[in-house]
Design a protein around this ligand. Structure first.
Ligand code: URA
Length: 208
């Protein structure tokens, strides 16, 4: 079911003409990974190499993301990797608010619904801004919170760490802590479910 929906969305992305970004693309980049991934990583948008190959995070930033995933103990093949916008902005400029709004409504949010991941890891300020508008990534990176029932972990963008060497220890430390952050959130969710199960149903409460 989710597999089918993910394939349908990917096909729509490849044919998309909803915003001007489609005019400059070689390939759209729908994202990739298992349709039942527990964790989704969301970058900003395709760069030169992603546009050429139609796959997310395959350039320099992608190689570094692979290293970061390994630090967190993940295989790339077990997580879903997506972007806010699915087509490369010209000269790698920032995606515009209307492009972000159009593309996320049409594709990213549907992908998240279909995959239903427990954990969303945002990479950089654009994907963070979808959930935490007005926050500063430099202030809140690595700090988990719950949004719409999912664990959200805002991370620095791997490219930012590549370009500014002082960010490397920060991003690597955040990824190193990721398994522990996820495990703790899952324990808390399980404890809450167990507690909810113990609460008497409302109709019983009204008897007292
Ligand atoms: N940077 C991103 O945000 N996404 C990619 O897919 C590649 C680089």
């Amino acid at each position: 079911m989710a597999v089918h929906e993910i394939q349908v969305i990917a096909q729509e992305v490849r044919q998309c003409t909803l915003c001007a970004l489609h005019q400059g693309r070689t390939h759209a980049v729908p994202g990739e990974g298992p349709a039942d991934a527990r964790v989704i990583f969301i970058g900003e948008g395709p760069g030169f190499h992603e546009d050429r190959q139609g796959r997310p995070f395959v350039g320099q930033a992608g190689k570094y993301l692979d290293e970061l995933l390994a630090i967190a103990g993940f295989q790339r093949s077990e997580v879903f990797i997506a972007n806010v916008v699915k087509c490369r902005p010209p000269k790698n400029r920032d995606p515009q608010p209307d492009e972000v709004a159009t593309c996320t409504r049409a594709y990213l949010f549907r992908q998240i619904e279909a995959i239903n991941p427990r954990v969303i890891v945002t990479l950089g300020r654009f994907s963070m801004g979808l959930y935490l508008p007005g926050e500063k990534i430099s202030r809140i990176h690595g700090q988990p919170r719950t949004v719409n029932g999912r664990l959200l972990v805002p991370m620095l963008h791997p490219a930012a760490a590549l370009h500014q060497q002082q960010n490397r220890p920060l991003i690597e430390e955040d990824f190193r802590r990721l398994p522990e952050i996820i495990a703790r959130a899952e324990q808390e969710a399980a404890a809450k479910t167990a507690q909810d199960d113990k609460e008497p149903p409302l109709e019983q409460l009204s008897m007292f």
